[in-house]
Design a protein around this ligand. Structure first.
Ligand code: ZN
Length: 50
């Protein structure tokens, strides 16, 4: 598991989103949820594509 930092679009609090490794052997590519809810204000955020 790897954590990624994203800033909420509404309140700019930093959220830590956990990614799942893509594939069994890969440790460099992570799959992130498409959207997540800010822990601070509850706003729905979308994960930017890389
Ligand atoms: Zn927020």
């Amino acid at each position: 598991m790897e954590e990624f930092e994203f800033d909420c679009w509404q309140c700019w609090e930093t959220n830590y989103i956990r990614g799942r490794p893509k594939g069994f052997w890969s440790t460099t590519h992570y799959e992130l949820p498409g959207e997540w809810t800010c822990w601070s204000c509850g706003a729905l955020n979308t994960t930017p594509d890389d």
